[in-house]
Write a protein that binds this ligand. Structure first.
Ligand code: SAH
Length: 395
């Protein structure tokens, strides 16, 4: 057998590994011994030669290695099967629950499977392979998913932008099983949603907001609701289900709104006022028209994918939140989110506080919101805490 290829860290650059952070940045590398191929399993060693971890090598990326294991073991199909079973066990209560048939099965680094996302939509698994290591084990991962009870097909949506950083081309399509004959539909807290399997965002649906959509349902009765960045109507339809007086829903994607219309039909709900527009423009239009709302949801896309974008992103978050505060009637509620890895809960709090101040409203935080529990955050991987939200009520 060929000797394991080894990445040696610079002196003093083993600290984050010792805290079990699963990434090796290229700047920390002293030397790579041998010529490992992209995705190949390598040993990570400290400058003085101590074994630290087994990791997948990704020479094209700033994140040059991602850890599979902190101990010496074989990385093979059995490894992926074992990790998937562990991830499923963590979600046992959700998988057995009647509240939904759509669950995130694998949440990347936080499940010890860097670069791998897998969502279960009924009988269909949708997988995203986002790193060279994930790509290397594509077939084994697909096989492991297909063995999962109740799954009959695996669909690939490896078309996220981050693939480029790993030197990988986008790839989508059926990976295992036969294509479904009917459009893919899931159920969440009694509402049905179509999944944009082939061309929808991410894996086709935003599972991370499941609990928060239900939360909104409980706040919506009798209110005029504005859902900004509505995608396929997740919040908007929950507002209707919760007895909202009126619902307006804004998204810049015609395809998202088309899905939203079909979702409203599917549930026998009235159609919200769908508005295909840029939220930044639409909020100003509402302001100029003198329209106001009793509840505004802001669930924008990632404005700051990394720390480098934070300043510009902070201005964008402040802008939409300031306008949202201005659009709120007295006693109104703002439900606001950031899914930017570069913006932590403390910074989001500051941005929202600044927005309220500049909007001239007196508001208080009633709750802090997070992604649903099938999107866990490993304690050794703070980057996993990407989704944060606040419920604010104005005086
Ligand atoms: N709340 C949704 C998910 C929102 S995802 C749910 O629960 O399912 C973010 C959405 O913002 C996407 O649908 C995207 O099309 C939309 N979007 C991105 N930039 C936008 C902009 N400037 N104006 C309006 N919509 C935008």
């Amino acid at each position: 057998m060929r000797a394991m290829q080894t990445l040696i860290l610079k002196p003093g650059r083993d600290k984050s590994m010792r805290r079990r952070h699963p990434w090796v940045f290229s700047g920390a590398v002293k030397q790579v011994q041998g010529a490992p191929a992209p995705g190949e399993t390598i040993e990570i060693r400290s400058a003085d030669g101590q074994f630290l971890a087994l990791a997948a090598y990704s020479p094209a990326s700033q994140i040059v290695a991602r850890v599979w294991a902190w101990e010496k073991r074989t990385i093979d199909s059995a490894f992926f099967r074992e990790k998937l079973l562990q991830a499923a066990a963590r979600r046992q209560s959700l998988l057995g629950a009647a509240s939904t048939d759509a669950v995130r099965l694998v949440h990347g680094e936080s499940d010890g499977l860097p670069g791998i996302i897998a969502d279960r939509y009924g009988e269909t698994a949708v997988v995203q392979l986002l790193s060279a290591g994930a790509e290397r084990w594509r077939e084994e991962i697909a096989d492991a998913l297909l063995e999962f009870p109740g799954l009959v097909r695996v669909w690939e949506r490896s078309d996220a932008d981050v693939r480029v950083l790993e030197g990988l081309m986008p790839r989508t399509g059926l990976l295992r099983g036969t294509a479904a004959t009917a459009p893919l539909t899931i159920s969440e807290h009694g509402l049905k949603f179509l999944v944009g399997l082939e061309t929808g965002h991410k894996t086709g649906f935003y599972l991370d907001q499941r609990d928060n959509r239900l939360r909104l349902r409980g706040l919506a009765a009798g209110r005029n609701v504005l859902d900004c960045f509505c995608y396929s109507g997740g919040f908007a339809l929950n507002a209707l289900a919760g007895g909202a007086k009126s619902v307006s829903a804004v998204d810049s994607s015609a395809e998202a709104i088309a899905l939203g219309r079909r979702n409203a039909e599917l549930n026998g709900l009235a159609q919200p006022e769908w508005i295909e527009a840029d939220v930044f423009h639409q909020q100003r239009k509402f302001r100029d028209q003198g329209r106001s709302f009793d509840l505004v949801v802001l669930d924008p896309p990632k404005f700051a994918p990394t720390a480098a974008h934070v300043e510009k992103a902070a201005r964008a978050y402040k802008d939409i939140n300031l306008l949202a505060f201005r659009l709120l009637a007295p006693g109104g509620i703002l439900m606001t989110y950031s899914c930017s890895g570069g913006i932590d809960a403390g910074l989001l709090h500051k941005i929202i506080a600044g927005a309220a101040l500049d909007a001239g409203v007196d508001a208080r935080i009633e709750d802090w919101l997070h992604a649903a529990s099938d999107h866990p955050v490993a304690l050794n991987f703070p980057e996993g805490e990407y989704l944060k939200g606040l419920i604010c009520r104005v005086a």
